[in-house]
Design a protein around this ligand. Sequence first.
Ligand code: PLP
Length: 385
Amino acid sequence: MYSDRINNLPPYLFAAIDEAKAKVVERGVDVIDLGIGDPDMPTPDNVIQALCKSAKNPDRHKYPSYIGMLSFRQAAAKWYKKHLGIELDPSTQVLTFIGSKEGIFHIPLAFLNPGDIALIPDPGYPVYKIGTLFAGGVPYIMPLLKKNGFLPDLEAIPRDVRKKAKIMFLNYPNNPTSAIASEDFFSEVVEFAKENDIIVIHDNAYSEMTYDGYQAPSFLTVDGAMDVGIEVHSLSKTYNMTGWRIGFAVGNTEIIKGIGKVKTNVDSGAFEAVQEAGIEAMLGPQDIIDDMRKIYTERRDALMVGLKELGIDMDPPKATFYVWAPVPKGHDSMGFSKILLEEAGIVATPGNGFGDYGEGYVRFALTSSVDRINEAVERMRQLKV
Ligand code: PLP
């Protein structure tokens, strides 16, 4: 009944985790969920108010523009200037997405012919690979290894692959490894992209989720980046707005135009009231960013104590709300996640759910209160691994 496209999808590991979690909950266990990368705190009230006001305006009830309201694109450009120091033309260099997942999924359709290669980080956000496969493209895996700071080794990409590659996905601060990238690395990427005529898609969803004074750079900061790439952004994580479905892309005009052509044929834009709420999020009070940083720092530090109890010694991450922990000796990702769930009632995501190179790790999301994380730490203390 189904297309090969659907039949050939890799098994959805997260469904198996949900099932395992449901069984443990059924047993009456008080489960602490550190699995999902979905903020547990509410969207700021000023943003909700902006939605309510806008939703009452009949002008907002019509089909939106495919590429997003000009006022939203202007707000995104202003936000980029203020937060990341990048100058953008809102009329040609910004495109609104119905959440960045939507944009990421559709990007390969604009640039890949069947058989063209997309360079995909592994472990990584799964949509880079799935979007490539759905567009008939061929994913070429760039392993993200600890010894390279979880950055891809561009030199290791064979010449024939470079020739056939049309796009490269990158994501720093990184999900799931929480690794960060320097401007020097981004400059290397630009040089590589120019040499090999490759379009760079940098996903910067976690740019504001940073700790200990670290500031994540935009890919577009480095010389030449605007010639070869775009950056995808999202309001989901910065403003606790995952359910609202609003994001955008910025950067090279021709690349933005190509993605816009796909979108014109696929959807009819994001609800304008949501876009107006997004404008309020980006241009209204920004206290939430620092407030969230403080909260996640406290949670991160609490979890690091628990990991030490398990004999896992690692540096605390400088960004994202993920902790990418190597599993204790003698375990694999799935086995260790099972022990955490069944013996301690803690949900963590097995690293191999993000690709083969995620094997040997589990990902904890800091999306429960510090009290719950302390409780998880207490349970880890009792755990024999
Ligand atoms: N990019 C990365 C790296 C993510 O981790 C996520 C969500 O977890 C997304 C994009 C998608 O975000 P959204 O579609 O909510 O904008």
